[in-house]
Unconditional design. Structure first.
Length: 456
């Protein structure tokens, strides 16, 4: 049994292709059903976001798992394989596990440490569970991965430093104002970056928004989005007096806010005026720096903060990588233990069968035993069985995690003469498969829990 991930993301595929190969939320359940019915696919899950599309599958053979994953994508989107094959990546077994762990922790994202992907993977897992296309392996793997993602974001600072110009501006503002509540934002110009900064300031608690633009109609259009007020550029000084925070992002070729305009606005002012100039060329005269109670930051200042914060995130990412290695090892140990489950089950059934035969013999030879005496004998004979099995079962679990795993399992079967018990279990499993083929039972991948052979 093999874990395989096949996908593309912002690093391997252009946005035009990512758009064509995106799954819709409305059609996801049907897509999961079709993928689960592909040959060789035992469990499956689909992650689809604006920056990535990934198929996670458990397959009985690695080559068939890869082949049918690609065939599914070709059929699902009606795109010839030749058009997307070069953009696909495919990872197998513990490389695939390690990849998933990095994805949920935000280490494989366009912005390192972003948290949105964690929620998106969780939603994808819940959708696959609801569709009943996950089983023993993926139920364990994705629960571990999602829990790890939460731990990384709570135990490191990987997502706590602004890495966009608009967020950096908000971070700066927080250092200047104890709260944004009741503060007035003046947005000069209708540029996308300025509008986004104003949006983040509003989300952080800022109140009133005033929008100034050369074209009043455009100012009104932007102001509507903030339930704000649109004004002509001629009311600049008046608006500066009312503002606490100014965000400027026009496309002007020279300074729009001169030193004298700011000087008039802050005359006799007690509270600070926070100016954010994210335009190139700059909108605000640098001479403003010399005015009292006025704080000006331009695009270079903000980019410097972003770069410093990215360095901090990358340092925190190193801590996350160590946590990912530990969690991948934990999953490997769990999976190796899962591989001995049929052997453990066979040995327990055989031992308890012997215990039951012994009890039957005792009851025939000692018919005068009371019910209480029989219960005591059953309890103590089972206790003997459990104590005898404890050490062998512990040792086989330990050996299952070593390079000698296959030889150890074979020797375990031979030493305890489990061949007949395993044969009966295989017959029962074959019966379940036949029932599934006839439509009377939906096959659950968990029934193949013992057939684990994933390379380290």
């Amino acid at each position: 049994m093999h874990i395989i991930v096949t996908g593309l993301n912002h690093k391997t595929a252009p946005v035009e292709l990512r758009e064509r190969m995106a799954f819709t939320s409305e059609g996801l359940s049907r897509s999961l059903e079709r993928l689960s019915n592909m040959k060789s696919i035992l469990e499956c899950l689909i992650v689809s976001t604006c920056n990535r599309m990934e198929l996670y599958v458990v397959s009985d053979q690695p080559h068939t798992g890869r082949y049918y994953s690609k065939a599914f994508l070709e059929s699902e989107f009606g795109i010839p394989k030749e058009e997307f094959a070069d953009c696909l990546y495919s990872k197998e077994d513990f490389e695939a596990v390690h990849h998933l762990m990095r994805v949920v922790c935000g280490l494989d994202s366009m912005v390192v440490g972003e948290t949105q992907i964690l929620g998106q993977v969780k939603d994808a897992f819940l959708a696959a569970q609801k569709q009943k296309v996950t089983g023993t392996v993926f139920n364990q793997l994705f629960k571990q991965a999602i829990t790890l993602g939460k731990r990384v974001h709570s135990e490191t600072e990987i997502g706590q430093h602004a890495v966009s110009v608009s967020y950096a501006a908000v971070e700066l503002g927080k250092k200047m104002f104890s709260t944004f509540s009741g503060k007035t934002v003046l947005l000069l110009g209708a540029g996308e970056a300025g509008e986004l900064t104003a949006k983040h300031l509003r989300e952080a608690g800022a109140g009133r928004v005033i929008v100034l633009n050369r074209t009043v109609e455009k100012a009104e259009e932007v102001a509507k989005r903030f339930y704000g007020e649109a004004r002509p550029l001629s009311r600049l000084v008046e608006s500066l007096r009312e503002a606490d925070i100014v965000v400027s992002s026009t496309g002007a070729s020279r300074a729009v806010i001169e030193k004298n305009a700011v000087k008039q606005a802050v005359d006799k002012r007690v509270t600070p005026l926070f100016l954010i100039d994210i335009a190139v060329p700059r909108d605000i005269d640098p001479a403003v720096h010399g005015l009292n109670n006025v704080f000006l930051y331009d695009i270079d200042d903000l980019n410097g903060i972003v770069e410093a914060n990215l360095d901090l995130r990358h340092r925190e990412a190193e801590k996350a990588e160590k946590m990912i290695e530990e969690e991948t090892t934990r999953f490997r140990e769990w999976l190796n233990t899962l591989g001995v489950v049929p052997l453990i089950t066979a040995l327990r059934e055989k031992a308890l069968g012997i215990q039951q035969e012994t009890m039957n013999s005792i009851e025939r030879k000692l018919p005068e035993l009371t019910e209480r005496e029989k219960r005591v004998l059953r309890k103590h004979t089972k206790s003997i069985v459990n104590q005898m099995l404890r050490d062998p079962l512990t040792r086989i679990k330990e050996l299952a995690a070593t390079k000698e795993r296959d030889e150890a399992l074979e020797m375990f079967v031979h030493l305890f003469a489990l061949e007949e018990q395993l044969r009966l279990m295989e017959e029962e499993k074959a019966k379940e498969k036949n029932q599934k083929a006839s439509g009377s039972l939906r096959f659950q991948p968990a029934s193949l829990a013992g057939e684990v052979s994933i390379r380290s």
